[in-house]
Design a protein around this ligand. Structure first.
Ligand code: PLP
Length: 440
């Protein structure tokens, strides 16, 4: 059979270029990573050919003898990785990614228009935690369910748990979501549990960003407190692009009056994933999840996560020592949120300038930002660079690169006033050339 190169040189060439971009640049998008060759092998294997709607032993198609074994293997390894007993916890490895996983939880646990509460997107939450703006319901999770976001304290950048507790008492949500896409501090899961118990809500932890660090045992695990835990498998966990849902089985007292809630989460969540929301699982990804879970149990993976955290601290301290403001004043995890309001740059401009010098990151709102459309910060993460072998001294050099680039950018912004992006590119180039000439 023809190779990709032979049958579609145009696409092969684009993939080659993307590979070069990934190899030559510095990848600092906090949600990205480089997965292993073993996971890539599973992703591009014959598993992609197979239909297997249903669950192991209960499929709607024949020929699933080995697919069943693979899905059961992924489930078993998932429970083992997070030290969960199969009597108390179940796991669904079929969600196509993190967003479908979250929607499946709400679909299984809530009725239409039941209430959910998650950290607001501009404050570090994710779209799927119920995001809407004053003029538009953006996420399907705010269209099909009623969402009331909670916020961080704009002064400290830390989640305002008191306000969340107060709002939850009035709003009476069915689910409270403890999860982040851009928040550099540990979550107080015990506090979330107490707030949920006071209002009879389920606690769902979305550990997508930190799952690898949790697996390595380096930060507190949400499993002690949560009823449901969702995650992606491609961020710090370094597996394939996919999603996983863990759910409690059995009985747990959640009402202040001691009433027991009988969990039937297993049936409700499995049913929500298939057949309510999805069709056949992506078995090549399920295989990749099994491999990623195996790899995440090794001492090498723990060493990797330890380095991710060390690198994030060096990144954070280095930026602070060069005069940059960092939201919450530090980091406990793999990411740093840089507040550029005093640096004279917007997040969009900083993202653009850094891209020009081969550093990939993303613009992000910072606590207290007036507009989510024009955010004042950038989010930087260390998982991908650490996979490539960078250690503390390398990150110090990366900080110097970032600082140099942003300084040139600030100068260009002064010359340009408030230019449009296209003008800005030109000015930046001219300015850099002028600077280089002067240096000569
Ligand atoms: N949950 C959190 C906390 C995330 O950060 C993300 C993605 O960045 C998701 C869910 C959604 O994952 P996906 O992009 O795979 O749908």
């Amino acid at each position: 059979q023809a190779t990709l190169e032979e049958s579609d040189p145009e696409l092969a060439n684009l993939i080659k270029k993307e590979k070069e971009r990934q190899r030559e640049g510095l990848e600092m998008i906090a949600s990205e990573n480089f997965t292993s060759v073993a996971v890539l092998e599973s992703l591009s294997s014959c598993l992609t050919n197979k239909y297997s709607e249903g669950y192991p032993g209960k499929r709607y198609y024949g020929g699933n003898e080995f697919i069943d074994c693979i899905e059961l293997l992924a489930q078993k390894r998932g429970l083992e990785l997070f030290n969960l007993s199969g009597d108390q916890w179940g796991v669904n490895v079929q969600p196509y990614s993190g967003s479908p996983a979250n929607l499946a939880v709400y679909t299984g646990v809530c009725r239409p228009h039941d209430r959910i509460m998650g950290l607001d997107l501009p404050d570090g939450g994710h779209l799927t935690h119920g995001f809407f703006t004053p003029t538009k319901k953006i996420s399907a999770t705010s269209i099909f369910f009623e969402s009331m976001p909670y916020k961080v304290n704009p002064e400290t950048g830390i989640i305002d748990y008191d306000k969340l507790a107060e709002a939850a008492k009035n709003f009476r949500p069915q689910i409270i979501i403890a999860g982040i896409s851009c928040y550099s501090r540990l979550l107080d899961y015990a506090r979330f549990r107490k707030i949920c118990d006071d209002v009879g809500a389920y606690l769902m932890a979305d550990m997508a960003h930190v799952a690898g660090i949790v697996a390595a045992g380096l930060i507190p695990s949400p499993f002690e407190y949560a009823d449901i835990v969702t995650t992606t498998t491609h961020k710090t966990l370094r597996g394939p692009r996919s999603g996983v849902i863990f759910f409690r089985k059995g009985v747990r007292s959640t009402k202040p009056n001691g009433d027991k809630i009988l969990y039937d989460l297993e049936e409700r969540i499995n049913q929500a994933v298939f057949p309510s929301l999805q069709g056949g699982p992506h078995n090549n990804a399920v295989g990749g999840i099994a491999t990623a879970f195996k790899q995440a149990k090794t001492p090498e993976f723990k060493a990797y996560q330890t380095q991710v955290l060390k690198n994030a601290k060096v990144l954070c301290d280095g930026l602070i020592s060069r005069g940059y403001q960092v939201a919450t004043g530090g980091t406990d995890v793999h990411l740093v949120l840089v507040d550029l309001r005093k640096a004279g740059l917007t997040g969009a401009k900083a993202e653009y300038i850094l891209e020009e010098v081969g550093i990939a990151c993303n613009k992000n709102t910072v606590p207290g930002d007036k507009s989510a459309m024009n955010p004042s910060g950038i989010r930087l993460g260390t998982p991908a660079l650490t996979t490539r072998g960078l250690v503390e001294k390398d990150i110090e050099q990366v900080v110097a690169f970032i600082d140099d680039a942003l300084k040139v950018g600030v100068e260009a912004a002064k010359v340009a006033g408030s230019p449009k992006m296209a003008d800005y590119h030109k000015v930046l180039e001219e300015n850099a050339t002028v600077k280089a000439k002067k240096d000569e």
